[in-house]
Design a protein around this ligand. Sequence first.
Ligand code: ADE
Length: 418
Amino acid sequence: MKYNVKDLSLAPAGQLRIDWAEQQMPVLRLIRERFKKQKPLKGVTLAACLHVTTETANLAVTLKAGGAKVFLCASNPLSTQDDAAAALVKNHNIPVFAIKGEDNKTYYKHIHSCLDAHPQITMDDGADLVSTLHTKRREQMAEVWGGSEETTTGVIRLRSMAANNVLGYPMIAVNDANTKHLFDNRYGTGQSTLDGIIRATNVLFAGKNVVVCGYGWCGRGFAMRAAGAGAHVIIVEVKPLRALEALMDGYQVMTIARAARVGDIFCTLTGDCSVIRGEHFKVMKDGAIVCNAGHFDVEIQKDALDQLSKSSREMRPLVKQHTLANGRRITLLAEGRLVNLAMAEGHPPSVMDMSFANQSLAAEHIVKNHRRLENKVHPVPAEIDEKIAALKLKTMGVKIDKLTKEQEEYLASWQLGT
Ligand code: ADE
């Protein structure tokens, strides 16, 4: 079996962490039990480009239990948990191509290694696998039945491909399922971003001015948690509606030019490029900490920071302090890559439970329906989304009410008024 991981001797430690995550992924466990019996993915080759974490390991094991031949590579050069990767290879015979800290060339070599398996299904977090297939290996596209996409940035890329009529096979936008983005993007990113910044720096949030760039689901999740830790939260947005929501949620809203002068900790979660630029670094306070929790490392202009710097030093792993010509020190975390995955462990398992339940059921949906699906970006079917919400509640021991017959009739009628 071909694979490329850092060190197979990390497997026992990785397995313990995979088991720890599994305990907090009850919905995925239920799906795995059914998959074991029914084998809905029997004989299917599935290439997945995801953050290689203990939660992803549980997804890979579930897909394999369903009968798939799973190949896994990283969706970010810094997010791989080498012990989890080793355990997947050694204990589960799943080929993994991922090493934390891999360079760009190796990152793409690993994507090609997964595509060498000639998948019928692709599973992406950020659409790098899909885009590599569409640009470098077009001859393979006819073999693919469908794919799924985990994250907002990836779905945006896929929609752009569909709009330009270049999408070669149907896609399921897992990100857009309610049981995904309302929980993973909000509570997962919220908590893990705070966790990443704290693990990296041991900085106190209480009393700090925390600037959150972007008030989508990820931004509002992080804003909520930063406020909970006692920070004064400032939101930077470009959409009037979101800015208004942020204001009425109780935060200050201002431009990045103004926020740059007052912020102590900056985090970008926009999905767009060049949010924090040279002109902003120039006016930042001494000691400012800057990081990103958006999918790609394009949100902070790292080159501009390098150019403005007289010197720099690595204070702690992936914590780089720059001294500017004006004498002020600005610290960049994780090279501007996903701070929650590079400096902490990503979203906690109990939230990835729902995201990866969606991924598993999306794969099953592709197997069952690929002949009928057009080459478009499709939602996760509402029945799947609702089923996952119901199962999650059940596993949490929470019961909810049902509508009475009278209530159902009332909702269905238009004649009844005052
Ligand atoms: N994305 C964010 N957190 C993650 C995790 N723990 N595992 C896989 N993908 C993630």
